[in-house]
Design a protein around this ligand. Structure first.
Ligand code: SOE
Length: 375
């Protein structure tokens, strides 16, 4: 069986989640190729060596350029801070590598456009890691909507709430620096619920939004009391309209005290509704208006049956899955595409459109008016 050598750039949160996915995928899914955890890359030699040993990588590097130019490497997995996504992806495309890139694709539309142009010119397989699309319950929701179970969609309302930076003494890490992250909660977690809206309901055509920074300056990491200005949003609220006429209502915040990783969405249609909650990610609530009126109510579907997307590869019904499985499902579909040289969704084109929605919301927030989204 052909092996595909993976070069992972980044070894912290996403690097660990992706390492687990590369290691597990062919243990649970049947693949025409075998992924090899070839090289993991990080700037700190000692820490990346420790990560390689812990996460199961054969080699280490401290310069991403050395991994991208390594002829032994077939796939580049970009799991770094947002400011390096574009340069790494463009170089990897030129080197003929297939690319998996964490979300958001870039810091802005200009970078995202350059990334898409590079992968198209190189003819390589490219995918943005919007892993929540491959939660079995979300994939099941997609099937049900496509089958017409909800009928005409009227509403998509979603919120993604965390609370890890409510403490004003939380330091000014890279996610809070505009130069490194591009934006704050907006590009980090609003990007997820925007992608799910586009995936489940359709294209967004117009938005009106507001971005807010509650705490304007924070202690600089490692400094004795020196502070730096926060140059990203802490929260984003958005109204929008889909091409098919459905209405969109989004809220993304890192200041929702008590909410740790709380993504909840509800879709209302003419025939039914769906509700999903990431903190209860194996369940999908479905209201079917066709049910007899004396027994109507939200059904609570446990999405762990072999008939459900991805679920059958793991355990018997009722043995639930977690956050990490969504990355395994993502690299499974990515590897199948790479093996066949075929496109896979969400591609960088999807990532660019997500970036356009993010930019339109930012523009609306500064201009205080509705903004149309370019296609
Ligand atoms: C933010 O804290 C974050 O790590 C996001 O960046 C991830 O995409 C999300 O899956 C979990 O929360």
């Amino acid at each position: 069986m052909k092996s595909l050598n993976v070069g992972l750039i980044g070894y912290q949160f996403m690097g660990r989640a992706h390492s687990n996915a590369w290691r597990q995928v062919d243990k649970f899914f049947s693949l025409p190729v075998k992924p090899v955890l070839h090289t993991i890359c990080g700037r700190d030699a000692q820490r990346v060596e420790a990560a390689a040993r812990q996460l199961g990588w054969q080699k280490t590097a401290t310069r991403w350029q050395d991994v991208v130019s390594d002829p032994e490497i077939d796939i580049i997995d970009i799991s770094t801070a947002n400011d390096t996504h574009a340069e790494i992806a463009i170089a990897a495309a030129k080197a003929g590598k297939s690319i998996l890139c964490e979300k958001p694709l870039a810091r802005n539309v200009r970078e995202a456009e350059a990334m898409l142009a590079a992968v198209k010119k190189a003819g390589v397989v490219h995918m943005i890691c919007h892993n929540y699309r491959r939660i079995p319950a979300i994939a099941q929701a997609k099937k049900m909507i496509a089958a017409g179970d909800l009928g005409r969609i009227f509403h998509y309302r979603a919120r993604y709430l965390q609370d890890w930076i409510v403490d004003p003494d939380f330091p000014l890490v890279w996610r809070l620096q505009g130069k490194l992250a591009g934006s704050g909660a907006h590009g980090d977690i609003n990007a997820h619920i925007i992608d799910l809206g586009r995936h489940l309901v359709g294209e967004l055509v117009e938005v009106c939004g507001h971005l807010e920074t509650f705490i304007k300056e924070r202690p600089l990491p490692g400094s004795k009391g020196r502070k730096g200005r926060v140059t990203v949003d802490d929260a984003a609220v958005t109204l929008g309209r889909f091409k098919n006429g459905a209405l969109c209502n989004l809220e993304a915040s890192r200041f929702a005290l008590g909410r740790k990783n709380h993504l909840q969405l509800e879709i209302n249609g003419s025939k039914g509704s769906l509700v999903f909650d990431l903190e209860d990610m194996n369940r999908l609530k479905f209201f079917d208006n066709a049910d007899p009126s004396d027994r109507q109510g939200y059904r609570d579907i446990l999405v762990t049956e072999p008939v459900h997307p991805y679920a059958g590869a793991w355990w018997p019904p009722g043995h639930i899955l977690g956050y990490e499985h969504t990355f395994v499902h993502t690299v499974f579909d990515f590897l199948k595409a790479v093996a066949k040289g075929r496109p896979v969704e969400p591609s960088f084109a999807e990532g660019l459109q997500n970036q356009r929605v993010l930019a339109a919301i930012e523009k609306s927030s500064t201009t205080r008016r509705w903004v149309k989204i370019p296609r």
